[in-house]
Design a protein around this ligand. Structure first.
Ligand SMILES: *Cc1c(COP(=O)(O)O)cnc(C)c1O
Length: 398
């Protein structure tokens, strides 16, 4: 399970270093380590000539401030040399929908992975359809065989690896090669691994999407979305963002920048603690399957070993068949795991899930009830003791 160190060298440094150093220019801000939070709309010009020529580094709040530049350039440096630019959006869902809109127009066809984040799927089935884009879904484990599904009008292949409920790990390089051979743009939701553990742009992705509300924010107090583009896609992405008037509030951008500085150490802890808890689940008699990419029981495990340098703290388990009331008793008995959607903050979370009626290209039929966990930054032994209490409640409720 030992992985190569988080790689992708840029200016001679590893990604973990760039989380700390990137996008910083203390000379510009009187030596202060962090940039100021610039609340801004109007930018004043010294003369009317300057105004007519729009002379100056900044022209209007929506079009960029020292705060947005600091965050976007930090994220771009972390993505590495393939990154031509980063767009900041008000949420991860906005990042996904905006990236899709930038790459598609009426008459196009989009291929979307069947394990895609639910609200992204909803966007594809509603707004994209109204815009005249046809959408079809494909088996996340399809690999290079995606060639057979690519039509002359296919302009986009959208990936999410691993899926954030069921954790299929996709063969991104093979899918990207097949897509590029037919001139399709490759989009990927890289929220789970982040560029620390999966170098999306270097693996053939053209537009790499992250929900900054998760590990970038890291404290469950931020909504933020990020799209990193390569040279082939940056111009169209940034033009689409500007024309739609999308921008992020300065305090939220600052929280994103602040979260980035500790993200590599937080993720390392989520990774190790997640592995420890997942191993503990794997030897419990109540558990049928552990859906964690670092485990052989997870579809695409070999691809995770080949392409990823780590894992986040989010994974699922399949229980052996148990009545719904017993599963609810298990979850309700937990005191350190909050019941709630989202993830990536400092706290542990748990939700039951069922996606059998959501999938259209594949069949989701697990051997028993399914539960997703986010392993937070609490002491791991305390978390395991809490889960032991949960299993006692499950046994009592049978
Ligand atoms: C949460 C999430 C999103 C959406 O992010 P928001 O910031 O909540 O809009 C997108 N993709 C994945 C995989 C997510 O987990």
């Amino acid at each position: 399970m030992t992985k190569k160190p988080a790689s992708g060298t840029h200016s001679g440094t590893n990604a973990a270093t760039r989380f700390v150093t990137s996008g910083r220019n203390p000379q510009t801000f009187h030596g202060f380590v962090n940039p100021p939070v610039v609340h801004a709309s109007t930018v004043l010009y010294p003369t009317v000539d300057d105004y007519i020529a729009r002379r100056g580094r900044y022209t209007y709040g929506r079009r960029g401030t020292p705060t947005s530049e600091a965050l976007a350039s930090a994220l771009a440096e972390i993505e590495g040399t393939q990154c031509a630019g980063v767009a900041l959006l008000p949420s991860g869902l906005a990042a996904a929908s905006l990236a899709l809109q930038s790459a598609l127009r009426a008459g196009d066809h989009a291929l979307i992975t069947d394990n895609v984040y639910g609200p992204t799927r909803h966007f594809c089935d509603t707004v994209l359809g109204r815009c005249g884009v046809t959408v079809s879904y494909f088996d996340p484990m399809i690999g290079g065989n995606i060639s057979a599904l690519i039509q002359p009008s296919t302009r986009v292949v959208y990936l999410e690896s691993p899926g954030s409920l069921t954790f299929e790990v996709q063969d991104v390089p093979a899918i990207a090669a097949a897509a590029h051979a037919r001139n399709a743009t490759v989009l990927m939701d890289n929220t789970w691994a982040s560029p620390l553990y999966f170098r999306a742009l270097e693996m053939g992705v053209d537009l790499a999407i992250q929900s900054g509300s998760k590990y970038i924010g890291g404290h469950s107090d931020l909504m933020l979305g990020v799209v990193a583009a390569n040279a082939a896609t940056w111009q169209q992405l940034s033009a689409t963002v500007f024309s739609m008037g999308l921008c992020v509030g300065p305090d939220d951008m600052y929280l994103g920048l602040r979260g980035l500085r500790t993200m590599a150490v937080r993720l390392a802890q989520h990774y190790q603690a997640g592995l420890t808890v997942a191993h503990w689940f794997a030897q419990r008699p109540e558990v049928a399957q552990v859906l964690h990419p670092a485990f052989e029981s997870c579809p695409g495990h070999a691809i995770w070993k080949r392409d990823f340098t780590g894992a986040s703290g989010l994974f699922s388990i399949v229980l052996k068949p148990a009545p719904e009331a017993a599963v609810h008793a298990f979850i309700d008995a937990l005191t350190l795991f909050g019941i709630g959607a989202s993830w990536g903050g400092f706290e542990s979370l748990v939700i039951p899930f069922d996606c059998h009626d959501v999938r259209s290209a594949t069949t989701w039929s697990p051997k028993g009830p399914t539960i997703r966990f986010h392993i937070g930054l609490e002491d791991v032994a305390d978390l395991i003791a809490d889960l032991e209490r949960g299993f006692a409640a499950l046994a009592a409720a049978r």
